[in-house]
Write a protein that binds this ligand. Structure first.
Ligand code: ARG
Ligand code: GLU
Length: 714
């Protein structure tokens, strides 16, 4: 009886919905969120999170590269992010003789840290609403074009005003589809060095098999260090640069986490679309996602086979494979989730309520009365062309890499008489080639070409194909034929490619006209650029305009309510609780995983489940150091109900005291529809338990000296 009761209490505690939908704007927390956050257990203030006058959490968080988050964890600019965020850098430093993917990498001292040209991190200095400034001079009766130009001019002026004479990088971004604008001022550091990364058998344990899946045992972290000039300001790479001294860094909590405790994620979520109409969701579920998934299935099957055959190809294609597979899997989870939530029907019900609200008042009728009808019209036109658009992108532009290369030569050729653009394109192509060759396997690409052409030619309506492709269809559908185009092409021979670039002139274009693969690509691309893309862009613009009006109407209809703004790759706060979930009827997932689960998962038949010997030894000897949870196990990951999305990878997961408890790296597959529709019951973010990172650094890698610069809260 007693047991029964406490179980009920436990159930209520754990299963009452704590999740809060939304990615919130740091400057508006005080108005909309802090009270709720504190009720949920947060012990600090809104100013502790974001403040321009004093150091605050935002000063320890960066946009890492172009699409991840990282956080500073020492006074010497040490930064932690995900292994998959640093993957490109780790891979670039890897060769067969220095295989940092397989073996991991640990700089034994600062002079061994590896430089990463092209990598930057950005700290947000401040952000402000600038809607009035952006809208200056905009009147409803001006044409769309004039409005756009005026807005662009206003934005330029704002950027200039905030740039501190070029010291800062400034962005002005729309929120609520352009019903509001914010300015974001960043300090950009360009000397960011690789400090450490575990081997993929830890950093990517579970690989693509476990990607997006809970329970998870991935040690998805890597360490970098930000360097600055002697004045602690951003500086281009120089051996004389010094470790950056941040305004703030995160203390690391070693006391552990409990189910039900408050947690927040502070980072750079990329894109969400929570206000799409039903027609858009239908198109996504029925056409867009399935076609893209099928194209990628073809690519992945080929890459998988080739990578298994040859260790060199495995290294060359590791990063590409991960990138292709990631969205491929997410789209499938998203489709499932949206179908299960009956998202289309739910949106349709919302739209009926919306129509009723409009009909209550003739002003509204005038302003908003045609929104749904316009959407209907736009989306029915779009759905025709969507297949051609998606498959062109997946199978031609980002299909066989040889097409990507031809595309660059083609663009350069088109600019040959442009004295400014041509040298720039030529240089960028010259810079691009070494990396291209390093990670290119012609045998793999030769298989991709016919397989991807096939799905493109078979699925895209002939009215969206160039005459050349329609005439040659039966030839092109023959794999041997298209492979012969590949073999005979200049672009399959690295020496010829280099020579072509070095001696490029107006005659080169004539010569290329005889290359049948070049002709095929240019036929496909010019047809796409002239006949598909313009229609697609025009429809997208029309949809965006309708969506802006729809958003304005929703804001009016829900006035006084707190409405989240879609993510736009700017700094946001999301909060929830550490909690497990019920992925399907009859199954409950607990909120944490541990090393023993990784050991149980190991399976010699599945490469993703390989456990390195050293880790097994540590496990067998129970040599866990101080990195254990309350059951004496080494914790690996936990899940929580924070509303996150792509871009939040590497984000700090923070406890009620503002200490780092984890590093966000994924979302559970059953919840990936949260970019479109959030379900508090099933949407969970997945984080690395920070104690696992410490355990790996100290016990596995023997790099415990790195812990000395951290602030560990015991
Ligand atoms: N799903 C995560 C995110 O969206 C992690 C991706 C990297 N990991 C992988 N196994 N491909 O980016
Ligand atoms: N892995 C994702 C990223 O790279 C985060 C997971 C998500 O989409 O929520 O940003």
């Amino acid at each position: 009886m007693k047991k029964g009761l406490s179980l009920i209490v436990f159930f209520l505690l754990v299963h009452s919905v704590f999740a809060v939908e939304g990615m919130w704007i740091p400057t508006l927390l005080k108005k909309y969120n802090i009270e709720e956050m504190q009720k949920m257990g947060f012990k600090l203030t809104a100013e502790d999170i974001y403040d321009v006058n004093h150091s605050s959490m935002k000063d320890a968080i960066v946009l890492f590269g172009s699409g991840c988050t990282g956080e500073v964890i020492s006074g010497d600019g040490l930064l932690i992010t995900n292994h998959h965020c640093g993957f490109g850098q780790i891979q670039k430093h890897s060769t067969l003789s220095h295989d940092y993917l397989t073996d991991g990498f640990w700089a034994k001292n600062r002079s061994e840290e590896l430089v990463n040209p092209g990598l930057s991190v950005q700290f947000l200095v401040r952000m402000e609403e600038v809607t009035t400034e952006v809208m200056k001079g905009i009147k409803e009766d001006l044409s769309d074009d004039i409005q756009k130009k005026q807005i662009a001019a206003n934005i330029e002026a704002i950027k200039k005003g905030y740039s501190g004479k070029g010291t800062f990088q400034v962005d002005v971004k729309p929120l609520y589809y352009g019903n509001q604008y914010f300015v974001y001022v960043y300090e950009v550091f360009k000397d960011v060095r690789l400090v450490g990364a575990p081997p993929v058998s830890i950093g990517k344990f579970g690989g693509d098999t476990d990607n997006w899946v809970w329970p998870r045992h991935t040690g998805d972290f890597s360490l970098f260090r930000i360097y600055a000039g002697k004045n602690n300001k951003p500086a281009a790479y120089s051996p004389d640069n010094l470790p950056y001294r941040p305004k703030k860094f995160f203390p690391i909590n070693m006391k552990g986490i409990r189910e039900g405790e408050f947690t927040m994620v502070f980072g750079f979520p990329g894109t969400t679309q929570e206000y799409l109409p039903s027609m858009a969701v239908k198109l996504l579920i029925e056409k867009s996602n399935p076609n893209k998934v099928d194209a990628r299935t073809i690519k992945l099957n080929i890459l998988e086979k080739q990578m298994a055959k040859d260790p060199k190809v495995r290294i060359q294609y590791a990063s590409k494979y991960a990138g292709i597979s990631n969205s491929w899997k997410k789209w499938q989870g998203e489709t499932n989730g949206l179908i299960r939530l009956k998202a289309v029907e739910k949106k349709q019900r919302d739209e009926i309520a919306f129509s009723k609200w409009i009909k209550q008042n003739s002003d509204r009728e005038k302003k908003y009365g045609r929104i749904l009808e316009t959407f209907q019209q736009n989306y029915s036109e779009l759905s025709e062309i969507q297949i051609a658009y998606d498959l062109y992108n997946e199978t031609v532009l980002r299909g066989a890499e040889i097409f990507g290369l031809i595309s660059r030569f083609d663009l350069m050729g088109q600019a040959i008489s442009d004295t400014a653009k041509y040298p720039r394109l030529k240089k960028s192509l010259a810079d691009f080639l070494p990396g291209y060759f390093k990670d290119y396997d012609a045998a793999t690409d030769r298989q991709l070409l016919p397989a991807l052409l096939k799905i493109y030619l078979e699925r895209v309506d002939s009215k969206y194909l160039p005459a050349y492709a329609n005439d040659q269809k039966s030839n092109l559908l023959n794999a041997e034929y298209s492979q012969s185009l590949f073999n005979k092409s200049i672009f399959s021979d690295s020496l010829k490619i280099k020579e072509l670039l070095t001696n490029y002139n107006s005659k080169s274009i004539k010569k290329l006209q005889k290359d049948k693969l070049y002709l095929l690509f240019t036929a496909l691309s010019s047809h796409f650029n002239q006949n598909i893309d313009p229609i697609y862009q025009k429809l997208s613009q029309a949809i965006l305009k309708t969506q802006k009006l729809y958003m304005a109407a929703i804001l009016e209809m829900k006035e006084g309510e707190r409405l989240m703004a879609d993510a736009n790759l700017t700094l946001r706060v999301t909060y929830g609780k550490v909690e497990g979930f019920e992925p399907k009827d009859g199954v409950y997932y607990q909120y944490f995983t541990a090393l023993k689960g990784m050991i149980e998962k190991q399976n010699p038949a599945i490469a993703d489940y390989f456990v390195p010997e050293k880790l097994k030894q540590l496990y067998q000897a129970k040599d866990y150091g101080k990195y254990t949870n309350s059951t004496g196990e080494v914790p690996i990951a936990f899940c929580a109900s924070n509303h996150t999305t792509g871009g939040n990878s590497g984000s700090p997961v923070i406890n009620a005291d503002g200490e780092l408890i984890g590093v966000n790296f994924d979302r559970c597959w059953e919840g990936t529809m949260s970019d479109v529709l959030f379900d508090p019951e099933r949407c969970r973010n997945i984080a690395l338990d920070i104690r696992y990172a410490l355990f790996i650094i100290d016990k596995f890698a023997g790099a415990g000296y790195l812990l000395e610069e951290m602030q560990l809260i015991k």
